[in-house]
Structure formats: structure tokens, C-alpha cells
Design a protein around this ligand. Structure first.
Ligand code: NAD
Length: 433
């Protein structure tokens, strides 16, 4: 989170429920249920630092709703992590799992820490300490964490190992996003970006786009952002601007994305590269800041960093015709309303970035089966789900003459509502009497 709006994130998130609930024909009891997280855990994690001192970190885990299955969601390490943020992220996970029809509810966790201030050993002690406190709150049939911002496969591996030691049994299905040798799934590394890419490919079909004429800017050049634009670039889309936490670069003719990724991952810096055949050399690109990137006149804007990037303060300057939300919650409700009024098509986070949790589900299935799939099978299954759900949401949007976010929530809420109603609502129990 990057602005002062932090304490309203959960309230803003559930603010979507009433309108989408009406479209989905949801029983009001279901809306009421979803306004409250099922369980909230607030822990402190004492960590012995390398210099011998003791530091205590605040951590959270929220299980929002489990009517459709065990709760599922990432663990974030970031200095701005708060309970409000984790509750909002857990709510989004409930909706996200339902949008793509996987049998999970929503959960999320976080530790208020800047991991860049920790040594590798301190990071391991923190991650294992987090799991020791949470061991009775999570589990393969209860709540299944995964990576999120500033957590990665190695951290998931430590966490799985710690949980397995506590339970005295090898338990790979307790956490997803693990390294491949520790039970991770092939295809999980690029699944979020790939899911967003399949969404864009369906829009391309529906809207008759010629990829070579479509310009794209991406804010946040990490896992989600990099993988989405890598695939788009390979199909001819022009990636004209990219940024990370330190700033961005802009080149109207488009970047050679594979070289950009290579340089970023080697030097941790963004530098422009010109490629002709196999000859690549560094060239000049304009430096831009993150504000300027968001306001570029491009066809597709991909926010892939953090929440609250498109707000009432900058929405009147946003020119992109399509926004694909790889990040969770990059658009505030006020900015969202203004964009929709303006005719901007927004593929909402709960659909656009659902590829990650979908392949996490595949990882959990493989762990439980003890039978591992080739990468092509993972990608084929992901593609089938993302394309089908994008089209279902798009059809719903057209049917109800609404925006895509409302349609995505309605689509998700219908599935959650069916699960809740299968257990009985007031109508059922009144009739039974
Ligand atoms: P990441 O840590 O790999 O990358 C984040 C990128 O954003 C980094 O390049 C960082 O430098 C950049 N960044 C940070 N602050 C920025 C700022 N103010 N302006 C511009 N760039 C900034 O994280 P990720 O896994 O790619 O996650 C990014 C977003 O996608 C998050 O909102 C996350 O919740 C969401 N998401 C990720 C996944 C996944 O599987 N990775 C799944 C669903 C949603």
C-alpha cells in the first residue's frame, strides 16, 4: 500500500458486495456473511538477529471464507502490511478463487517487515518463526499459504519444512509456490502473468485487435508484470514503458522484452536494450517516473506493483483504453467509478491475476496425488480456465450492461452463494418449520 488510504482498504473491498450481489441474485444472508472474515490471527514473531539482538515482528493471517473449500492465499513481507490490508487481500482471494471456479475460499497473511533489511539467515528465522506460530491455524485441508509481494519459492520451502517438522510428517500440500524439488509445480513461476496474458488474448479476439498496433505500459517489473509482457511481446504487442520501485523507462517504438528481463534480473536495474537479430546493445531510453508511466497514452496499462496506484488524484490523467490489473487493488473505488464512466475497460484483479492461484491449486492437487504433471499440461489447463472465465465475465458484463469488475464479482458471488445456500438460508429454515 502506498498512500494514506490504508485503513479503508477492507471497507472499500467489501463495498463491492451490495451491487454485485444484486446482479448475482444473492441472498442478503450471503452478503452479510462475506462482510466478516471467518478468523483473524495476529501474532508477534521474535527473531534473534545476526548481531545477537532480539527483534519482534508483527504478523497476520486471515481466513476470510471457506464455504467453497479450504482458504488459500499468499504471505506478504512489506513494511506497510497491516491487518486491514490482509483482511482486504483475503476477501479478494475468496472472490478470486470463485471467479475461476477452483475449490478454495480466501485467506491471506503478512508480516510488517522490509525483507531487504534482513540477512538470508534472519529471513529464514523469521519465516520459520511465522509458521511455528501459525501451525495450528493452517493445514492442507484448512488454509494453504503461498508467495506474494517480497516472498518467494525459497521462503515457501522453509515454511513447508518447518510445518512438516512440527507435524512430524512430510506435508507439501500445506503451502504452494514451493521450489520444484520440494514439491512445487512446473508452470507456477509464470502463472500469474500467463493468466493475464490469456485474458488479453481473449479480449484481442473479442475486440479484433492487431497486436502489432497495440501499445502496452507495465508498472512493476516483477514476477507478474514481467511474465505478462514477455508473452505479449512474443505475440507482437509493443511494450513501450516499464517501471519498478526505483522508476521507469519509456521507448515509443517498443522494447526488446527478453533483454530487459535479463538485465533487470542480473543487475536489478531497468535498462533499455536494442536488438537486431541476435545483436543486442544497450541504447538510450527516456527515464520516466511511476506517475508518468501511469498517465501514458497507451492502449493497455498493466499495473503490476501494489495497491492504490490509480486514485482520485491521478485518474483524470489516465489515458489507457484498457487496464489489466495484475496487482491486487491497484485502482481505488473512486478512481474505478471515474474510469468506468469514461469508457475504460478494466479487467479486474480478481480475474486478471487469478492465474497464480489457479496453478497453486494444480500444485496442491499434484502434492496430494503424489503425481506430477508436465508443464504443458499445467499451461493447457490454465489456458482453458482463464479463457472460459474471461468470456463468462465478459458475457455477464454485456448482459447486465455493467462494468467488468461488477460482472466478475457477480460471477464469483453466484458460485459462493450456491455453496452457502446449499447448506440452507433463512428461506429454507422458515419453510422447514
Ligand atoms: P514482485 O515482488 O515480483 O514484483 C513487484 C514489482 O513491483 C517489483 O519490480 C517492484 O520493484 C515493483 N514496485 C514496487 N513498488 C513499486 C512502485 N511504487 N511503483 C512501481 N513499481 C513498484 O511481486 P509480484 O509477485 O509480481 O506481485 C505484484 C502484484 O501482483 C502484487 O499486487 C501481488 O499481490 C499481485 N499478485 C501476484 C501474484 C503472483 O503469483 N506473483 C498473484 C496474484 C497477484
Amino acid at each position: 500500500m502506498t498512500n494514506a488510504n490504508t485503513d479503508t482498504l477492507f471497507a472499500d473491498a467489501i463495498g463491492r458486495l451490495d451491487q454485485a450481489g444484486k446482479i448475482a441474485g444473492l441472498d442478503p444472508e450471503v452478503v452479510e456473511l462475506l462482510k466478516h472474515p471467518k478468523a483473524v490471527m495476529h501474532i508477534s514473531i521474535p527473531v534473534r538477529m545476526d548481531d545477537g539482538s532480539l527483534k519482534v515482528f508483527e504478523g497476520y493471517r486471515v481466513r476470510h471464507n471457506n464455504h467453497r473449500g479450504p482458504t488459500k492465499g499468499g504471505i506478504r513481507y512489506h513494511p506497510n502490511v497491516s491487518l486491514d490490508e490482509v483482511k482486504a487481500l483475503a476477501f479478494w482471494m475468496t472472490c478470486k478463487c470463485a471467479v475461476v471456479g477452483i475449490p478454495f475460499g480466501g485467506g491471506k497473511g503478512g508480516v510488517t517487515v522490509d525483507p531487504r533489511d534482513l540477512s538470508h539467515m534472519e529471513l529464514e528465522r523469521l519465516s520459520r518463526g511465522f509458521i511455528r506460530q501459525l501451525a495450528d491455524f493452517i493445514g492442507p485441508d484448512v488454509d494453504i499459504p503461498a508467495p506474494d509481494v517480497y516472498t518467494n519459492a525459497r521462503i515457501m520451502g522453509w515454511m513447508m519444512d518447518e510445518y512438516s517438522k512440527i507435524k512430524r510428517q512430510y506435508s507439501p500440500a500445506v503451502i504452494t509456490g514451493k521450489p520444484i524439488p520440494l514439491g512445487g509445480s512446473l508452470g507456477r513461476d509464470d502463472a500469474t502473468g500467463r493468466g493475464a496474458y490469456y485474458c488479453i488474448k481473449e479480449l484481442e479476439k473479442r475486440r479484433g485487435w492487431d497486436p502489432t498496433k497495440i501499445t502496452v505500459a507495465v508498472q512493476g517489473f516483477g514476477n507478474g508484470g514481467q511474465n505478462a509482457v514477455k508473452l505479449l511481446h512474443a505475440d507482437g504487442y509493443k511494450i513501450v514503458a516499464v517501471s519498478d520501485s526505483r522508476g521507469g523507462i519509456y521507448k515509443p517504438e517498443g522494447f526488446d522484452v527478453p533483454s530487459l528481463i535479463q538485465i533487470k534480473n542480473q543487475s536489478r536495474k531497468l535498462k533499455a536494450v536494442y536488438c537486431d537479430g541476435s545483436v543486442c546493445e544497450a541504447i538510450q531510453a527516456d527515464s520516466i517516473n511511476n506517475e508518468q508511466l501511469l498517465e501514458l497514452d497507451v492502449d493497455i496499462l498493466i499495473p503490476a506493483a501494489l495497491e492504490n496506484q490509480i486514485t482520485s488524484a491521478n485518474v483524470s490523467n489516465i489515458k489507457a483504453k484498457v487496464i489489466v490489473e495484475v496487482a491486487n487493488g491497484p485502482t481505488t473505488p473512486q478512481a474505478d467509478a471515474a474510469l468506468v464512466k469514461n469508457g475504460t475497460l478494466i479487467v479486474p484483479d480478481i480475474l486478471a491475476n487469478a492465474g497464480g492461484v489457479t496453478v497453486s491449486y494444480f500444485e496442491w492437487v499434484q502434492n496430494r496425488q503424489g503425481f506430477y504433471w508436465p508443464v504443458q499440461e499445467v499451461q493447457d489447463r490454465l489456458e482453458k480456465i482463464m479463457r472460459a472465465e474471461l468470456n463468462a465475465v465478459y458475457d455477464l458484463m454485456e448482459l447486465h450492461k455493467t462494468d467488468m469488475r461488477t460482472a466478475a464479482y457477480a460471477h464469483a458471488l453466484k458460485r459462493i452463494g450456491e455453496a452457502v445456500e446449499a447448506g440452507g438460508t433463512q428461506r429454507y429454515f422458515s419453510e422447514a418449520n
